[in-house]
Design a binder for this molecule. Sequence first.
Ligand SMILES: [Cu+2]
Length: 360
Amino acid sequence: MKNFMLIVTILCGLTLNSSITFADESHSSDKSKWNPGRPDSHAPIGVMGEHTHGANEYMLSYRFMSMEMNGHRQGSHSLSSADVFDLDYDIAALDMSMNMHMFGFMHAPSDEITLMGMINVVENSMNMLHKPGEMRMGGGMDMGDGMDMHHHGEKMSHRSSGIGDISIGGLYKFYDKKNQRAHLNLSVILPTAGVEESEHGMLLPYGMQLGSGTWDLKPGITWLGQSGSFSYGAQVMATIRLEDENEAGYALGDRLDTTAWLAQQLTNELSASLRLSYTKSDPIEGLFHNAHNHNSPTFLQANYGGNFLEGGIGLNWQFKKGALKGHRFSIEGIFPLDQDTNGVGMDRDYTVIAGWQFAF
Ligand SMILES: [Cu+2]
């Protein structure tokens, strides 16, 4: 609720600012055409594949995303570690962070078609708490260090890192009139991510693996519009797993991502945005073929996915002169507004995405 009030406050602030005028907008020769030369001609940085390029343009980009999760929840209720132990689990996750470095490339062979590719490097870490006063379960979870874990809750931390899934795709712009544009998105995800990451000889939970590890298809549609100093857009994107299982034996659930945003140009180099996103994600299917624990919610397929409503606040800078001319820098903070996890999932805390983009 606090986040929601914050967004409303900022929305009001943006509206009050709308009287600012821009001398620079006249460089667009055709006023009825969607203008690609504005900072808000790119969506908030957390949205992918949201703009097309003009014929023969290239773009390089780098995004850093940090997603923080804090403890567990069951459906719409947050759970304490004690609640998790009461549900007959021996290990509760305290927190998890997923950091992603995303390197992107775009090229438009024509005004209608833009090709894009992205490669991710993923770094995950998770802290877990062992149930206090519990004999350690068998199965060889090697905690090392020879600590006495039979009387007090023992903390463990896990890490994984490496190349994530690679995506290759294209955008087809089919509408470009009346200050609006629309395009179709289609990407293929290559199963390049490690999905059998382990520590101390034991598989890490599904959520700590580095990607889907299956061939996936991501079809979508994106709509963009501009009106005075405001711009807006919406995107619907599906993720469809083309295989029943990856090399480890499971497949992440299909998901649907929908988002809509409103941005305002504050100066000819800076814009601010508000965004709502709704994600629906199915549970994991299949399971690890190799030996793994079942004593933590993060090891059960049914505890993944859910429905997530989130709000985002972002800024885009587009440098128009000086040494940084042509470079864009953007940042977006994303906060959960409503979460309904499948089973005992993890509680989303916040996500921050920062990016650099350079077109030439
Ligand atoms: Cu681009």
